[in-house]
Design a protein around this ligand. Structure first.
Ligand code: AP5
Ligand code: MG
Length: 192
């Protein structure tokens, strides 16, 4: 089972993936975490920090290089959860091509919906706890803009494949997870 989580910053992608990865026993691939992980490495890290701290998307080629490498690892062969990836149409098409090599595909796309006021309030609250460099008012507003202009249109691409399910992300984490669980249980993986 290969599941894509699409949702604006603060929608709960990471929170819900942490639960689902345990239930399905498949890895949780967060491109945000992977990119933040490169920050410790010198030159690449500095380039990546520029994008993340400005709330802009890292270049597709860089993200695809990291994801494709991860997908070759043995634990990803039976499926995985994509958290915050793909984020552009180009990434979605390249992911489909990569999966098709092994006769796999994305089985389900979960569209986490939360209003902007609630998103900002969650992220500012998290800023006081986790110290993420991009959780400040200015960068949050850039991240939201990027989501609605570059990532939300992806839903049409996946709707064309008939695999999008909408999730009300404003409910409690338990209630959101219950919605996700029933979507997953109603989905039969096509391959792999
Ligand atoms: P990324 O790390 O993916 O950040 P994001 O998309 O901005 O999303 P967040 O991680 O902030 O939110 P989330 O939806 O995971 O919510 P969470 O569960 O934490 O990306 C960061 C940056 O990396 C991007 O801006 C870009 O620069 C780069 N990047 C990443 N992927 C890329 C790609 N594919 N291509 C190019 N660039 C890429 O929840 C948020 C808070 O709300 C938490 O405090 C949580 O406890 C709380 N919360 C969660 N659920 C609920 C609930 N139901 N009720 C109340 N509170 C809740
Ligand atoms: Mg996250």
């Amino acid at each position: 089972m290969r599941i894509v989580f699409i949702g604006p910053p603060g929608a709960g992608k990471g929170t819900q993936c942490k639960r689902l990865t345990q239930m399905l026993e498949i890895p949780h691939l967060s491109t945000g975490e992977m990119l933040r992980g490169t920050r410790k490495e010198s030159a690449l890290g500095r380039i990546v920090s520029g994008y993340i701290d400005g709330g802009r998307l890292a270049p597709d080629y860089l993200v695809m290089r990291i994801v494709n490498k991860r997908l070759l690892e043995s634990d990803c062969q039976c499926g995985c959860l994509f958290d915050g990836f793909p984020r552009t149409l180009n990434q979605a098409q390249m992911l489909d091509e990569q999966l098709a090599i092994k006769n796999n595909r994305v089985d389900l796309v979960l569209d986490l919906r939360v209003g902007q006021e609630e998103l900002v309030s969650r992220l500012l609250k998290r800023a006081s706890i986790e110290n993420r460099a991009d959780d400040n008012a200015e960068t949050i507003s850039a991240r939201l803009r990027v989501f609605f202009t570059q990532t939300a249109p992806l839903l049409d691409y996946y709707k064309g494949q008939g695999i999008v399910r909408h999730i009300d992300g404003t409910r409690s984490p338990d209630e959101v997870f219950a919605q996700i669980r029933s979507c997953v249980q109603a989905t039969k993986p096509k391959h792999g």
